[in-house]
Design a protein around this ligand. Structure first.
Ligand code: GLY
Ligand code: MN
Length: 462
């Protein structure tokens, strides 16, 4: 855990943002895998973890704004638990470690909340995303589970997003450590990417590296020679020379901070000419973000500069045509890059996405786009020092999309369908780093992971 004072300060700052009432942070419960006692690895809720730090199931954090009192509701273990799990610190001892002096058994929470509601006090809570939490909230607050989302506290959402968006030095150091674990994962994948190996052997090995040096992977590994499928979790291909292997993988720390890195390498260790040409375009787009991203500048600008870099590069090799800015403004580049440039990164890989992307990535000044491609940009608003973001441009050749748009004659003034037809077997390329917005610009976090054609080929040759 972070030092006790971090949690005390975070709660103090949250208190300053919320006018009145009670704030309720339900921690997560164990979640059954295939029968009740066989559970998934326990993962604490990120908001609970941010303000209360404790990695324990069935704890609930409560903050009383008017009185300034914080509580942990939870049950002490009994002898049965001790026999199976060994001795455990009491709820009070655990709460004290994060600066909370008041604890009570979980069954008392319902009465506490109901009496507050009866007195007309507001109970602030964030949008729930697990069924178990919805059932609890329905019971504690008397709000039907289908109506819970309508009654969430916008005030709390905005306050939590405000605090969690800006990472402090300890959080940044933790993310950076996980990028260093990702360095090991990705360089290992590159060294293993030789013809005849099954994708599963590589993904299993790098998942093991995450577990050995960090914690669980921060999201299910994406690893495929069919990199044109953006989130390809199938790992059943035997890989062949001439294919490109896209690996999108990161690790989660004990404190739950994530890394999220993508590299693309040529099976067998050498890019062919066609692959090199497209790779250089994606790399140029990735590098453009480092120039564009600065405090006060919207991330949507970085997204569009990267998209224009891609459109220009594709025009240079004859796959796009016409005016580059006009092509991007109309969304023609989305044939090749149908996703956004990146997202916030923190305790969640898509940081705070459970709270609502609209509040995390957008505001009154910057509203989400409805245009295919840019609609998937998860953050468009102005960035600030302390924001950690992913920078993940890509170029993909999706046969189904090529066929559809070609049959519709869509963007035929910007896309050279004749030539594109010959790229349907190409796959995809994505290059993703995690960047920190600094006072003057931004920097890539962690130990540099081989990225240029020469660097990737050199590590694969080892
Ligand atoms: N790394 C997965 C994603 O960004 O969606
Ligand atoms: Mn990502």
């Amino acid at each position: 855990m972070f030092p006790k004072n971090s949690y005390i300060n975070r709660r103090k700052r949250l208190r300053e943002e919320i006018g009145s009432g009670l704030i309720l942070f339900p921690g997560n419960s164990e979640s059954a895998f295939n029968y009740p006692d066989n559970t998934y690895t326990f993962r604490q809720d990120s908001a609970f973890s941010y303000f209360f730090g404790l990695d324990h199931p069935d704890f609930v954090g409560v903050m009383d704004i008017e009185s300034g009192t914080d509580y942990i509701y939870g049950n002490n273990v009994d002898l049965d638990d001790i026999i199976w799990m060994g001795p455990q610190p009491s709820v009070a001892e655990q709460a004290a470690s994060v600066g909370v002096e008041n604890t009570a058994p979980l069954p008392e929470l319902e009465g506490f909340l109901k009496s507050a509601i009866a007195k007309g006090r507001k109970v602030h809570y964030l949008p729930p995303y697990r069924g178990e939490t919805m059932i609890q909230l329905e019971q504690w607050l008397g709000i039907h589970h289908k109506l819970l989302k309508q009654s969430v506290s916008l005030e709390l959402i905005n306050a939590v997003v405000k605090l969690r968006s800006v990472k402090d030095d300890m959080e940044i150091a933790d993310i950076e450590k996980m990028v260093d674990v990702a360095y090991l994962m990705h360089t290992t994948a590159m060294k293993m990417a030789y013809p005849g190996i099954k994708e599963q052997e590589i993904s299993g090995t790098i998942e093991g590296i995450s577990l050995a040096y960090g914690g669980p992977v921060s999201f299910p590994i994406i690893l495929s020679v069919n990199g044109q499928t953006l989130h390809n979790h199938k790992h059943n291909n035997y890989i062949k020379t001439g294919q490109l292997l896209v690996v999108d993988a990161g690790a989660e720390s004990e404190l739950h901070y994530a890394s999220d890195i993508t590299r693309t390498c040529p099976v067998g260790g050498k890019f062919n000419q066609r692959q090199k040409e497209v790779y250089e375009i994606v790399l140029a787009a990735n590098m453009s973000t480092l120039e564009t991203t600065k405090p006060g500048r919207p991330y949507r600008d970085s997204h569009f500069v990267a998209c224009e870099t891609i459109a220009q590069g594709l025009k240079d090799i004859g796959l796009m045509k016409g005016d580059v800015k006009e092509a991007v403004a109309n969304g023609a580049h989305a044939m090749f890059m149908p996703h956004g440039l990146g997202h916030m990164l923190g305790m969640d890989v898509h940081d705070m996405e459970g709270i609502g992307q609209i509040y995390v990535g957008y505001d009154n000044e910057f509203r989400p786009s409805e245009q295919f491609g840019t609609a998937f940009l998860r953050i468009g608003r102005r960035v600030q020092p302390g924001f950690v973001l992913t920078n993940e441009p890509g170029i993909y050749f999706i046969p189904e999309l090529i066929d559809l748009w070609r049959s519709e004659g869509k963007f035929k003034d910007f896309i050279n369908y004749e030539k594109l037809e010959t790229y349907k077997d190409f796959g995809g390329i994505r290059i993703e780093d995690d960047i920190l917005v600094t006072e003057t610009g931004c920097r890539v976090l962690g130990k540099p992971i081989p990225k240029t054609v020469a660097e990737v080929e050199a590590i694969m040759a080892r």
